[in-house]
Design a protein around this ligand. Structure first.
Ligand code: SF4
Length: 294
């Protein structure tokens, strides 16, 4: 059950656990792969990012090339619709809000895959810029979209490394304050626009629940999505049920079977390999759940 201004904590791959069972009092919302019929699919629509985060799992940076064309994106969406995909679709980058066709992409997803949840990851660097409220309102106008704002020390370091500021503590502290102000403005605007916390917007934090509660305390109660990644890339690559359409170094869209693909895996194939890759991950997910797909 989602409630306004409630702290939600989510762990990748975990099952739903009442907070009381863990000794806590806040409700926990877990939307792991087991909550959906299909494995999660991540679509990387742009390679470029205006941050340089350490250990970025997609190896993104301001200089990284590659952008998914509207035609290729439509082909991916067509395949997922033909395959009757029912799950979570991550729109990722790089920084996906840098893609000039993002509004059209969201509109296409709304019309062709309306029963899926679309997670729009963003580092929030555009919040506070002219027109940011109109942009955020337009993202929230798609009811199946969750706008997920990343806020943690990794991202503050990423902002610092991409800036011309001296890499000293005072610069980090300044950018961290900016990041929190952006996050607060983001949350306020989402709430004012009638967005449901945890469904239409949340804050992503890399780390566990305790670390999130401590670091994000200045935000008050907010919907928080905890990402507890395996530290070792080879272990990340073995995460189940996470299929990616990514851009290779030459900028061509390729299909990868697992998270961590950029660091470890060879591509499974081009976009046309998506149905087969989906079938493999569906079968793996069914085995993991202990249920056979019909
Ligand atoms: S903001 Fe995200 S995509 Fe960009 S460098 Fe950081 S982790 Fe990577």
């Amino acid at each position: 059950m989602m409630q306004d201004n409630t702290l939600f904590v989510r762990s990748q791959g975990s099952r739903s656990v009442p907070a009381e069972a863990e000794g806590g009092t806040a409700p926990i919302l877990v939307q792991g792969a087991d909550s959906y019929e299909d494995p999660k699919v991540s679509i990387r629509i742009i390679g470029q990012c205006n941050f340089r985060c350490p250990a970025c799992c997609t190896g993104s940076s301001p200089s990284r090339k590659g952008i998914l064309s509207p035609d290729d994106f439509e082909r991916v969406v067509d395949i997922l619709a033909e395959e009757r995909f029912r799950g979570i679709l991550n729109l990722s980058g790089g920084e996906p809000t840098l893609h000039p066709d993002l509004p059209d992409m969201l509109a296409l997803l709304a019309s062709r895959l309306p029963e899926n949840r679309v997670i729009l990851f963003t580092n929030g660097s555009w919040i506070g810029q002219p027109d940011w409220r109109r942009r955020l309102t337009s993202f929230l106008s798609f009811s199946q979209v969750t706008v997920r704002l990343s806020l943690d020390r990794h991202h503050v370091v990423g902002a610092l490394r991409a800036s011309a500021m001296p890499r000293v503590r005072a610069s980090f502290d300044y950018l961290e304050q900016v990041a929190f102000r952006r996050a607060q403005a983001f949350l306020d605007h989402c709430v004012a626009g009638g967005g449901i916390p945890g469904r239409h917007f949340d804050v992503a934090f890399k780390g566990d629940r305790e670390a999130a509660q401590s670091y994000l305390a200045p935000l008050g109660e907010a919907p928080v999505y905890c990402i507890e990644l395996e530290k070792k890339p080879e272990k990340r690559a073995k995460k189940l049920g996470y299929l990616a359409v990514d851009l290779d170094d030459a900028g061509y869209p390729m299909v990868y079977l697992t998270l961590g693909h950029v660091l470890r895996n060879e591509p499974f194939g081009g976009i046309d390999a998506l149905p087969k890759a989906l079938a493999i991950n569906r079968e793996a997910l069914s085995r993991w759940k202990g249920t056979a797909r019909p």
